[in-house]
Design a binder for this molecule. Structure first.
Ligand code: ADP
Length: 252
């Protein structure tokens, strides 16, 4: 049996009267990448944020590995927040811009979460952080401060920081959209490496060529529903739905 790492069903989310997610369901097998494509406002970021309970859906179920949350049954108050926290701990999130602590070094930025939040032994965490820095091509920048790095380097530190928490899955929310064009490639290349190493990930991106290279599965969203899904060869190379074709014509 395939090991399904992420399982989502019946996800609904409204902001006031605006229905942003209207019954989303999909699965992501362990060690594979799912890429979310779709026009601006289609619900991609809200879906991604729902996967780790940064946004709380109105109903639906999200399971990541062995933590499952049925949002229709989420208890109010503290108990609900605790359940959401369990789900959040399953994933590492990489945002559009990294939000690194400006007054801490690169190494300190990476070790803070595992040492303070996860209470893991500092020596071990530092050793792992150095391996991660090497992996994102920044072994020599451990003692630099964020302002001394380019935007692409800062974003790579953000990726190392997310991985240091040893998440079950990594969620990327348009990880290159805030970067100057010449810095996009180095960040995409790191994400491609992670996919090749077998990290399970969900990526929101507008980089269609990158999506083709990295995705095992593409979900095309429009109006809060998944309009089309399949391999990149299928969805990007041979789209069946007019809405997908229109989107691809605009962005390619
Ligand atoms: P995408 O990532 O595909 O651009 P989003 O998930 O960011 O789409 O947004 C979907 C819709 O939900 C948009 O119309 C957006 O304005 C709205 N939205 C997102 N977050 C909020 C929020 N916190 N409050 C109100 N509306 C929101």
């Amino acid at each position: 049996m395939t090991d399904i790492r992420i399982e989502v069903s019946g996800l609904h989310k409204a902001f006031g009267s605006l229905e942003v997610l209207r019954g989303i369901g999909f699965t992501t097998p362990r060690g594979t990448s799912t890429v979310l494509l779709g026009p601006s406002g289609s619900g991609k970021t809200t879906l991604l944020r729902s996967l780790n309970a940064l946004d709380i859906p109105d109903s639906g179920v999200v399971r990541i590995d062995d933590v499952s949350v049925d949002f229709s049954l989420l208890p109010p108050g503290k108990a609900g927040r605790a359940t959401a926290r369990d789900l959040r701990a399953q994933s590492g999130m990489v945002f559009q811009s990294h939000n690194l602590f400006p007054h801490r070094t690169v190494l300190q930025n990476i070790t803070e979460g595992p040492v303070v939040a996860q209470k893991r032994p500092p020596d071990e965490v530092v050793a792992e952080a150095r391996v991660l820095l090497d992996q994102v091509g920044l072994a020599d920048r451990a003692d630099s401060y964020p302002y001394q790095l380019s935007g692409g380097q800062q974003q790579r530190v953000g990726i190392a920081r997310a991985l240091a928490l040893k998440p079950r899955v990594v969620l990327f929310d348009e990880p290159t959209s805030a970067l100057d064009p010449e810095l996009v490639g180095e960040v995409l290349s790191v994400i491609r490496d992670l996919a090749a190493q077998g990290w399970t990930m969900v990526v929101v991106t507008h980089e269609i060529r990158f999506a083709e290279q990295v995705a095992d599965q593409v979900l095309f969203l429009d109006g809060g529903v998944i309009v089309e899904r399949g391999t990149p060869e299928r969805v990007i190379g041979d789209p069946q739905e007019e809405r997908t074709r229109r989107f691809l014509r605009r962005v390619l």
